[in-house]
Design a protein around this ligand. Structure first.
Ligand SMILES: Cc1ncc(COP(=O)(O)O)c(C=O)c1O
Length: 344
């Protein structure tokens, strides 16, 4: 950060390209385009794919609003498909029935840090000539069939929001692709659609990531492998400690890991459990209490009863404290408090 303050190139300084090179190498993609947030990453990906008014994008209702919000902002229509009850990721077996003549893309979310069924989703997309955007806001660093999240589809889009697995000290995000044309489009869209200075060849946004935030992520990348290892260990440890506690844990498929952006479990009587934990000094959160097709802004895109698994998950999910810096002693305290809260 001091280096950036010294050279003063706060916008598009040298740290931006340096970070993009390192992130592309990490994710195993040809291109990385840093952007101002995870939301902007999704929007720019959709714009680069030239989404037209009325085009449909298949996605999940059990996610943060940005997933569907960007589809609508880009002129598209989100088509909600229900989730698997055990992983909370999109249920691929339901996708093909939702593909129609206006379908342009599939946007799965790798929720809680576990990559969605990308191989099956890519196969469906290939059969129907669709693009795939992985909303990897919560899964940067996760592995899937020997590859990394963000490097699995047409576009991978991640967020560096402070609480994400790779967080900066404010807002930031990145797009990943192997496609030269799409990468160029995304780079132009990020700077108001400019192909060169003051030559606006397409519609764009103000979507650059600040040099200072790139410097933060560069520094944090140096211990990122350790952080991911630590998150995986703490996730395994939670599973062991919770084995005889009456909560249902998230299923993690054998061909991938989960980097636990949140350590989310399913509890009965959530409000009472959260209140008891709070009284014991343990913070919890709910990701997410209302599926998007029940939200006033998105309800007209899908009937409320069409995604029953998302509705059930939203009523029961609760996230426990998780970070690479969580100590084993604090984790023990969390589980002891949860036991008390559940009366077990
Ligand atoms: C699944 C998902 N998509 C998109 C976003 C948006 O990322 P950002 O907050 O960086 O705009 C988030 C962040 O909360 C997210 O969890």
């Amino acid at each position: 950060m001091q280096t950036v303050l010294d050279h003063g190139q706060y916008i598009m300084g040298p740290e931006v390209a340096e970070l993009e090179g390192k992130l592309a190498a990490y994710a195993g993609t040809k291109h990385c385009i840093s952007v101002s947030s995870g939301t902007e990453a999704l929007l720019i990906a959709l714009m680069a794919l030239d989404l037209k008014a009325g085009d449909e994008v298949i996605t999940t209702p059990f996610t943060f609003a940005a997933t569907a919000e960007t589809i609508v902002l880009a002129g598209g229509i989100p088509v909600f498909v229900d989730i698997e009850p055990d992983t909370c990721n999109i249920d691929v077996s339901l996708i093909e029935a939702k593909i129609g003549p206006r379908t342009k893309a599939i946007m799965p979310v790798s929720l809680y840090g576990q990559v969605a069924d990308m191989a099956e989703i890519n196969a469906i997309a290939a059969r129907h000539g669709l693009a795939v955007i992985e909303d990897a806001a919560q899964s940067f660093g996760a592995s899937y069939q020997g590859k990394k999240s963000c490097g699995l589809s047409t576009f991978g889009a991640t967020s560096f929001f402070p609480s994400k697995p790779l967080g900066c000290y404010g807002d930031g995000g990145a797009l990943f692709t192997d496609d030269d044309r799409l990468a160029q489009a995304a780079r132009e869209i990020r700077v108001h659609g400019q192909s060169q200075r003051y030559r606006h060849t397409r519609l764009g946004v103000g979507g650059r990531m600040d040099t200072l935030q790139c410097a933060v992520v560069l520094a944090k990348l140096e211990r990122f492998d350790w952080e991911i290892e630590r998150r995986l260990k703490l996730g395994d440890r939670y599973a062991e400690l919770l084995a005889d506690v009456p909560v249902r844990r998230l299923a993690v498929r054998s061909d991938r890991d989960c980097v636990w952006a949140q350590y989310t479990v399913f509890v009965p009587n959530r409000e009472a459990v959260q209140a008891a934990l709070k009284a014991d000094g343990i913070p919890t959160a709910v990701h997410y209490p209302i599926p998007l097709n029940h939200q006033p802004a998105y309800a007209h895109f899908c009937c409320p009863d069409c995604t029953p698994n998302a509705t059930t998950a939203a009523a029961h999910v609760m996230s426990l404290p998780m970070s690479a810096d969580l100590s084993e002693a604090d984790q023990d305290r969390v589980v002891a408090a949860l036991r008390r809260a559940l009366g077990s």
